[in-house]
Design a binder for this molecule. Structure first.
Ligand code: FAD
Length: 443
């Protein structure tokens, strides 16, 4: 690894310009992403760390690595984009618990606990908010089958020492008066909060810029190798970045990256999710005071109310390859199920429909830290919890990039578990499906 104090340099040896003042953040906040390097001018860069992919995970890793004194370049044609522009932002370590995912539960809980401080640090570093809202979650049941499933989830919580409280239908409606009269009962989970992922990635771009991270708006054309070591990447604009360590953080595209040595190729696949956004007028606020979710006819649906009046309804879960088409069927099912839960929402203005790709893995867990190929780390495969897991991922990668090893809590998620020739992962697929039934097929 190159010396930590080395900053990214261009062919003329110039360091990136200092980050701009807060008021340089124009429009969507993404244009003022600190020292953005664009195509053409630069042809060679040297850096401690090259992060390929500037979604919520890549930017968090870059920001935390820069905080350790490492020089960092991020390469992404659309930094601050990716699945986080679509995600609801639930920090749902408890309500998202699935059978067979107990190891992941520990990581999820750790990251959920870290969110409050992470949001505070990020807001301070960027001078903008993250929409972090410690509002809790209410999971409700509309019929006796749903109620039986929720009871099972409650039992699973108790078995894992998690805090959730069973409420009668009447108690649910007292907590959330907009709920349908037919609600049969529910689980109150006061520890599952939310954040606004769009505001988080916008803030990360600014914070990265201020920390000296160089954002290069180009994609990785291919990784470069010397002997068996990854030495950086050649970008789509011809720039060659030489890096002590290269981090692949391309979300659902991570397994596709040209030049990836086969032994380190992550088994990541795209899992499509469609989302609908409504707006609660001030005259109807507060419409909901916390995240409300349910399983309706076997499919999960959730409503996430933001402090600014946005109401996010999600999400489908579809194995459709790279397709991100918003379909009439997807939107219809989401609105139909959400309407059963909260009938009054049909009067709210519909502001947006969108679809994104979750980076799914065979065991639903991320791949973190050093790969089996020297010079190459991974931070990918966060599937349905990439927003929740951003703080823990940033912390784990900051350690692996400075010391070469993951902290103990992240060690079970090392990429070597999927390396070619590795022993098969003990993944309880059937149990996981059963768990999907428990918490619904969506999300
Ligand atoms: C509908 C939906 C709802 C969700 N809800 C939640 C939720 O409530 N809570 C939660 O915790 N998570 C949620 N998620 C999951 C979460 O959004 C993802 O896990 C997370 O955004 C993944 O982040 P990432 O940075 O790894 O990947 P991505 O967001 O996919 O970002 C990858 C980046 O890599 C870039 N890239 C790709 N190829 C290249 C290349 N060759 N060179 C350079 N750059 C490249 C892309 O441009 C992109 O910016 C949801 C996801 C969806 C789709």
């Amino acid at each position: 690894m190159a010396c930590p104090e080395q900053r990214p340099t261009g062919p003329t040896g110039t360091t990136p310009p200092p980050p701009g003042p807060p008021d340089a953040d124009a429009g969507d906040g993404r244009s003022a992403a600190g020292p953005a390097l664009s195509g053409g001018a630069a042809t060679a860069l040297t850096t401690d760390v090259l992060v390929i992919g500037g979604g919520i995970i890549g930017l968090t890793v870059a920001w935390r690595a820069a905080g350790q004194g490492l020089s960092v370049v991020v390469a992404d044609p659309e930094p601050g984009g990716g699945a986080a522009r679509v995600a609801a932002g639930m920090l749902a370590a408890v309500t998202e618990l699935h059978y067979g995912e107990e190891a992941l539960l520990e990581l999820n809980l750790r990251s959920a606990r870290a969110w409050s401080q992470f949001a505070g640090e990020l807001s301070q570093a960027a001078g903008t908010g993250t929409g972090y809202r410690p509002c809790g979650t209410l999971a409700v049941a509309l019929d006796s089958d749903d109620r039986a499933q929720l009871r099972e989830l409650h039992t699973l919580h108790q078995r894992n020492g998690l805090t959730s409280q069973w409420l009668t239908g009447r108690e649910c409606r007292r907590a959330e008066p907009m709920l349908a009269p037919g609600v049969r009962g529910g689980l109150r989970v006061d520890g599952d909060h939310q954040v606004d992922p769009r505001r988080v990635t916008d803030a990360l771009l600014v914070a990265c810029g201020r920390a000296g991270v160089a954002i290069h708006r180009a994609s990785s054309r291919r990784l470069t190798l010397r002997a068996d070591r990854v030495t950086g990447a050649e970008l789509s604009d011809g720039t060659v970045v030489s890096a002590g360590t290269t981090v692949v953080a391309c979300g659902s595209r991570s397994g596709d990256l040209p030049g990836l040595p086969e032994a380190a190729r992550p088994p990541v696949r795209p899992v499509k999710g469609q989302v609908v956004r409504l707006r609660v007028p001030a005259s109807r606020a507060p419409f909901l005071s916390r995240t409300v979710r349910a399983v309706v006819r076997g499919s999960a649906v959730y409503l996430v109310p933001r402090a600014d009046g946005e109401l996010v309804i999600g999400a489908t879960s579809e194995e459709q390859g790279w397709d991100t088409t918003v379909t009439a069927g997807g939107v219809y099912e989401l609105l139909r199920d959400a309407h059963e839960l909260v009938p009054g929402l049909t009067e709210l203005p519909l502001t947006e429909t969108c679809a994104g790709l979750r980076p799914g893995t065979p065991d639903n867990a991320p791949l973190l830290g050093p790969s089996v190929v020297p010079g190459l780390h991974l931070a990918t495969g966060h599937y349905r919890n990439g927003v929740l897991l951003a703080p823990a991922t940033g912390e784990a990668l900051a350690q692996s990039l400075t010391t070469g090893t993951l902290p103990a809590y992240a060690a079970p998620f090392g990429p070597e578990r999927f390396a070619t020739g590795a022993a098969p992962v003990d993944h309880p697929r059937a149990e996981s499906r059963a768990a999907d039934d428990l918490t619904g097929a969506r999300r």
